[in-house]
Ligand binder design. Sequence first.
Ligand code: CMX
Length: 435
Amino acid sequence: DYLKEKLLQIAIPKAQKVRQLVKEYGDVKIQDVTMSQVLTGMKGVVSLMTCTSKLDPEEGIRFRGYSIPELKNILPKIHEEGEPLPEGIFYLMLTGELPSNDDVRYISEQWAQRAQGIPPHVYDVIEALPKDAHPMIQFNTAILAMSTESQFRKAYLIGMDKKNYWDPTYEGVMDLISRLPIIAAYIYRRVFHQGDHIPPDPSLDWAGNLAHMMGHDTEDAKRLMRLYMLIHSDHEGGNVSAHATHLVGSALSNPYYSFSAGMNGLAGPLHGMANQDVMHWINKMKREIGTDDPSEAQIKKYAEETLAKGHVIPGYGHAVLRKTDPRFQVQLDFANKYVPYAPYIKLVNKIYNVVPDVLLATGKVKNPWPNVDAISGSLLTSYGITEFPIYTVLFGVSRALGVLTQLIWDRLYGLPIERPKSQNLGWFMDKANLK
Ligand code: CMX
């Protein structure tokens, strides 16, 4: 596997640097941490090392230094006019280098081949769940069921040298990523299409195949799926899905356990489930107002009522971003280009015109702008993928690319178990001299 050899060559000097930093510069102070940072979700506390991507509050995400608009131009595509292949961003996050067409083809082929190894019991486990179990429950259960295939545990028990842990991690990650589209499509067809399954087409790319297996086999749907898989793939290391994957991986849990932990976090409404909740919020608004095409004044009132009830407006706000999410913008540009008259896209535009001011008026929301989830469901719906509960699963398939790449790097760096210190309320009160 030339990719593995290349990765090791890149990683050896970097791992040495990490060891050197710990040994020779371990006492260098990097930050002061305040009471409020700890008590409000550790925002801004630098406590993780993640190399796959970096999030700037104003500019948004960069993957190994490249923004989304840049990647749209430089990553390999199937068609000139099409979207980059997610295989390319995986290669970039893994190696730190831009892939050639051959590199992308190699990964496509690797994944197509490895995808064939899903053990039959995984389908039995999915089938044992009620059809109306949320697709994220089915997805995560399948991920855990697939961990019977983990090579990491076997290698660990045999007594592998810890320097080599990255190797079975890499193998598990490649297997797992290759299989996620099949699992996601299986769940989709099981729940929403009477179990009428569509076999993979090994000649297709990873994201194109997902659209194909879901039954959305047009070139347009495949193009959308490539974009979706590209932009959801990573968002730095501190978000819940990335951090949970990293944390559980630090106990040397295998890639399946680690990714499953991340997916449990993605299923929360403040994180990945927001893409489904946005659609519920929009549809409830249409029902309550009694029209499919509410005015901006009506949307404003509905948004204010949402806040008055003590609910969040899904799809808006962010723990780090302080501007419109470029992942929102790139989807809006895509929608305005290909499906400008789609009713849900028109609604997304109208909501964007009024909700930021409603949130700003609260005086407490730090970021009133839309995030990735404010539009992704409306875009999928406009392409006929109308079953909202599958949206977070699609997010999860994509998120695997970043968090699992970082997991390989965690093992290449030889990072130890994560164990921050906790204190009780009394300790914090003492620090503040509060009785
Ligand atoms: N609607 C209503 N209130 C909001 C809000 C929103 N969209 N965004 C923030 N707030 C509120 C917070 O709930 C908090 O209220 P309290 O002080 O009463 O607890 C206050 O504003 C300050 O919060 P913040 O510092 O601006 O935001 P946080 O970092 O705490 O939370 C996030 C970030 C994303 C959880 C929050 O903006 C939110 O709940 N948004 C809606 C859910 C959503 O879209 N999540 C998806 C994020 C992207 C992703 O991970 O997929």
